[in-house]
Write a protein of this length. Structure first.
Lengths: 374, 392, 374, 392
């Protein structure tokens, strides 16, 4: 485990930054928004993720991936956060790939992981059922029915839900264990309601009304499917934190650039000590978030048993810092920070939405206390 | 007339004259009556209610009767407010003319100006907007560049204003204009009233992060302002603007601190409470408890300051402190509302008309600490004028 | 109820300020400390409180008091906070007087309230049994025994415990209700351990080992003795908050005076915007605390049923603000703030100790949430 | 010798040479060995341990052997540290000579100065203190007034220093002295080594709010300092001081962030936990959880910065940021310790020797953000040198 990027990682980060600045700058999000994109992301961009080799970042080489691990996935997400790139990368290449890696049978892996690596599918993970993330509160049921299952329940704000080809639904089984189930969003009994959110993404609510599933819809390769579910959440938290970190970093950079330019009372406003101290403090907060995110990601790769605490801590910190950086950014921009013309408001919106997914700072601080035994 | 008699008569009159549909809380922006030349009433009742109240001068109860007001004492006006509240009566008319230009004219205007401009404000016939800020001159009004050149009986005005609220829907604008280029910075600005119905004035709405466009850019291109429509002396604009800004600060604060969603209701809305009503997330609950304490404290402080003002202690630069504390509090409240709603708070557009309302209010709240003097400017004012600390 | 002081209150505040500046300035506390005063307060000063008419602030005129109410008591405490005056005023004139007023029989009132008003006795209230204030956790028992009671249990950090002539002990009775019991600290079975604290006060721990009490040791005049206990806590919180407010105010004033004088880089450090913004923010926090304290006190006097929420809110806010004001005070003083020579450190210490009594900001915030139903 | 061999030999040597009583964690101030002319060893073992370590140069393992050091590589020194930690071996010698003067002499001293001064530091024979701050010149070292006048082979020094740690117990002082009155402010200061065993030097302890007196005022009254004992050139003192301050900052931070009581242990001590170990006060628990997160984050950041430094990225002005974040964190930790202990935390003097220790640590922590550059100064440095924002 290392805090310092190795050569491969540096190359990845540099190419991600260059590519996203070119192909998915903030104006791309504005276009998706203004054209009311039905999915909230661009299929074209998603295809190019595969060309860049990123879609298979967690897919083994046997299955056509590059198998670079979570630290690498986090680097891509951090750069996505910087340009507010909207893409099913987190849901498909991180969460779905993790689900298959942890719980898929060999046959399931062979079928789906190559598709993920090739960017040929968009997969959404249906987790939460309440307004706030609550991993214990799963009431969706997959009842055994002959060789298959019958699925019933509701899922809320499923990311990329509007554009998904496949859902992986977390459901409680007859023995009360949690399991992953593949569901065709167009199957009988599945209904979808799209949710256009403040950050111009389009998650969806799903209802499952006695949906019939084949036996091999169940990802049955995990010894302990509850544990696989927890691992999935941890990985998701660290990776979502990486995106939030990127949001925070760019919000901060934009703000420093703005206050360095903007003059008031005849001097750049960045020369006022009041703003300087707040900017310096923010930089400190960013450094803390950066260290935790990196630590969580590398621990997932190298000592997964030690990862949970780092993942919840990173998620809490990245949520708090990204919201703070964007809020301070608006304030330091002054009036223009409130206009749609400037990007800082878009960062504020994304920080809020990204922060909510898999638990905000309050939720994850509670997890830190619980895991630490107090 | 004794206050008790006044209360009784007021109650009776309101009961007889306030249309039933005007006795319901404001549901949305559309229910607010702003008036003006191009105003379209949302309903016949809205029109009737405005006319009846304006006839008694009760759209501006404390203004003198000769200027279209009600001539009420402070105590009487308070009784009117209480009795209107008792039946949930809506405000018959909201306007920047009432809140801002009116007080300025009452203090600095000539008798003729008052006679000309105040009654149309009281009756909702002319809608006003405010032209202070300019691109590059937000908190720093002194550096403003819009120029007025004296030319016989009028000024020829050129320049650009920004953050003019509802300028695209307004009839006249009261604007700060540099008319004395040779005077020291603070003394070169005049307070001009400008009719916007002329070729030299144009507006362009600014789209905000909340998705709304309540503000405009306003352009003056050889616009004409009559010299007789200058309020106060040439060069007195800065003084008048400061007077008005303190009015604006008080307004923003009272809007900020009261009313609106709170995080406990938000948690109930989103179902994030236990069976006994306790907020499910204990750490969020702690954050909300600290907000409640500061909310109670701010409420008590507003009442204390009001009482002290009634005892002649004056608010003065403390208005800046209240504005700062109140707007920071309101931002915190909105943030915690969003957290208590969780995913539900993220909703932006959907089938219900109210979808996105909480997020819009949350985004809107970020402006509280920018408009009417930023938090930073207000902290400067408090440091210098309340604590008497030296200039940097 | 009024936020603005009436004439009597103004006179009281002015005379308290003048008297305490003269008779109990901060140097008086230093003397008590350096001479290791066994009680932590000066008996002489306590006598003069009676001469000033303050000891009977909550005692009816029938019993020799001035009956000015909690708002008045709070004004005295606020001024005590400003000079860090150490006196049994809160324990005797506020808490003990309140206990007698709420729960004393006529005979008990006639015997004790005049002594309180005359400053002839020092009474300590023995409440807490745990390290942090916890009003529900009372395990001290007063068992009925013939006409009297037998008292057993332990009390911790009883304020003025080292110098008290009489204890009023909160104990659980046979019906599990809580009651107030008068106990002679020198009685058989009572043992005392003095606790010299960071703020140079001397509270004491007490053990009661089958202490025999007469029947009239019980304050039996309350219809609902649990409710009387709650009322006592509320009154104590508002009044302790008033002292904390005074601590905060003087810490702030000292700090503003210091930074206005102290020069660095050729200018007074108060001219730096970084400090100016923090000072202005602190003033705002002080204003909030001031309003809550006043509101809690006047509500106790005029609408006691409405008081509990205001009392816990005031206690929480005054605790938080006094600690913040003193901590910021030390920082703004720089190096000299760390020396015993300057007073700001003494304010920091007192803010901590006063904040702990009857619950700190975290405890009382919890009470605010509970009372508000969430 | 390979690192593995070195580890094995070190382990064996420590096993054979470290007295058993020196293998227990430091219990109190008295267990620290500072050395110096007047040092009284707390125990025979303390003396033996120092002598044995000094003989190998392992009191200063990375210093060159000719100056009394161990001549170890960075990696070897790290192994030594790990092996000492493995048996809980105490540091044989702590001193400002090791932490501060040594690094300065190694970088700026002449060969003769190194030969003269470094070995006695390594052997604990001479105890040094630091003379930077003056009354009226804390963060603003440039305005310092202690004067040194050149007089043949020595300077005559007059003035006063403050915050000299343990000056009353030290033998020599390294001090910043204005020797070039005509040079620009930053260029007029020299770095002088002064023997305190002379009539012209006197000290007076400063009593702190923690009740302790680790600092003194130090007075120079026609004190003599030899010219050959000036480190660097005349006027180079500011540069050397800045170099040392960054060493000091790193030291304060590592002390601040690690070790010591934490609020969870404090809650267990005071019994403020439920049967399952959960902190009883849910709101305090939330505050502690946020502290834990920032503690983990700070720990990770220190490791990251260290790794980056090993990769040649350098720490530079980021040391100021770490110092600021670390010391603020330590203050928060101490505050929460006090809250978790409740009344128990207030204890100051009592029968047990440890009474008052937590409160003293809490009070001591307030100095973290003042000494070695205040938080405000560090934020200024970050704003200017890391973020490149313009001077005010």
């Amino acid at each position: 485990m290392s805090f310092v990027l190795n050569e491969d990682e540096q190359m990845l980060r540099d190419s991600a930054r260059a590519f996203l600045n070119e192909s998915a700058p903030v104006t791309a999000l504005r276009t998706l928004r203004d054209e009311k994109s039905p999915t909230g992301f661009s299929s074209e961009l998603w295809s190019s993720f595969a060309e860049m080799g990123w879609s298979g970042v967690l897919v083994s080489e046997d299955h056509g991936g590059v198998d670079m691990g979570y630290a690498a996935a986090g680097l891509v997400l951090e750069e996505m956060g910087r340009t507010l790139a909207s893409s099913p990368f987190l849901s498909t290449s991180v969460l779905a790939a993790t689900a298959f890696n942890l719980a898929g049978t060999d046959a399931q892996k062979s079928k789906w992981l190559p598709k993920i690596a090739a960017g040929e599918t968009v997969i959404a993970i249906a987790l939460d059922e309440r307004a706030r993330h609550n991993p214990d509160h799963i009431e969706t049921r997959a009842k055994k029915d002959g060789n298959g299952f019958v699925l019933s329940g509701k899922k809320r704000f499923v990311n990329e839900g509007a554009g998904a080809d496949l859902l992986i639904v977390v459901a409680r089984m007859d023995d009360d264990q949690l399991g992953f189930f593949m569901v065709d969003p167009k199957a009988d009994g599945v209904s979808r309601e799209d949710r256009r959110t403040v950050d111009s993404h389009v998650p969806a609510d799903f209802s499952f009304d006695d949906v019939k599933l084949d036996g091999d819809a169940f990802l049955s390769g995990a010894d302990d499917s509850d544990a696989a579910y927890r691992r999935l959440l941890d990985a998701g938290r660290a990776c979502q934190a990486a995106e939030s970190l990127g949001v925070a970093e760019q919000a901060f950079d934009d703000t420093i650039a703005y206050i360095s330019e903007r003059e008031q009372f005849g001097v750049p406003i960045s020369s006022f000590q009041g703003l300087q101290h707040r900017a310096a403090h923010l930089l400190g907060e960013l450094e803390l978030a950066r260290s935790l995110v990196r630590r969580a990601l590398t621990t997932l790769d190298t000592q997964p048993s030690q990862a949970p605490l780092w993942c919840v801590a990173a998620k809490a910190k990245a949520t708090q810092v990204s919201r703070l950086a964007a809020a301070e950014g608006i304030q330091m921009h002054g009036g223009v920070g409130m206009t749609d013309e400037y990007d800082i408001g878009l960062y504020y919106k994304r920080a809020q939405a990204a922060g909510e997914f898999l638990g905000d700072d309050a939720f994850n601080a509670g997890e830190v206390a619980r895991m630490s035994g107090y | 007339m004794s206050l008790d008699n006044f209360r009784k008569e007021t109650k009776d009159w309101l009961e007889a004259n306030c249309p039933q549909s005007m006795r319901k809380p404001i549901q949305s922006e559309a229910d607010i009556c702003w008036g003006g030349r191009n105003w379209t009433f949302a309903s016949e009742d809205q029109k009737i209610w405005l006319e009846r109240m304006a006839e008694r001068g009760w759209t501006v109860p404390t203004w003198p009767k000769e200027y279209g007001g009600g001539g009420l004492s402070k105590d009487e006006a308070f009784v009117l407010k209480e009795e209107m509240k008792a039946i949930n009566a809506r405000s018959p008319l909201d306007s920047f003319g009432i809140w801002m230009l009116g007080p300025a004219l009452l203090k600095y205007g000539t008798h003729e100006q008052k006679l000309e401009f105040l009654p149309p404000i009281a009756r909702g016939e002319i809608r006003w907007c405010q032209g202070y800020s300019e691109p590059g001159a937000g908190s720093d009004l002194v550096s403003l560049r819009t120029k007025g050149v004296l030319d016989g009986d009028h000024y020829t005005v050129n320049g650009q204003k920004v953050w003019t609220s509802y300028a695209d829907k307004s009839d006249w604008i009261f604007a700060l204009v540099r008319t004395e280029p040779d005077a020291p910075k603070y003394n070169g600005i005049s307070f001009l009233l400008i009719d916007m119905d002329q070729p030299g004035v144009s507006t362009k709405p600014i789209k905000l992060i909340s998705g709304k466009s309540p503000f405009c850019e306003t352009f003056f291109d050889d616009a004409k302002a009559k010299v007789k429509d200058r309020v106060g002396d040439a060069g007195q604009g800065w003084e008048i603007a400061k007077y008005l800004l303190s009015h604006e600060r008080a307004g923003i604060v009272s809007e900020a601190a009261f009313g609106g969603l709170n995080p406990v209701s938000a948690a109930h809305q989103s179902g994030e409470v236990d069976a006994d009503g306790k907020m499910s997330d204990p750490i969020l609950r702690g954050d909300v408890a600290r907000l409640t304490i500061d909310g109670l404290a701010f409420d008590a402080t507003m009442r204390r300051v009001k009482e002290e003002a009634d005892h002649g202690e004056g608010v003065g630069a403390r208005a800046s402190l209240l504005k700062y504390m109140g707007t920071e509090l309101n931002k915190r409240r909105n943030e915690l509302n969003m957290s208590a709603l969780g995913y539900d708070g993220l909703l932006w557009e959907g089938e219900k008309e109210s979808d996105g309302e909480v997020a819009r209010s949350w985004l809107r709240s970020r402006a509280n600490s920018i408009e009417g003097g930023t938090s930073e400017i207000n902290l400067n004012i408090v440091a210098k004028r309340v604590l008497n600390l030296p200039g940097a």
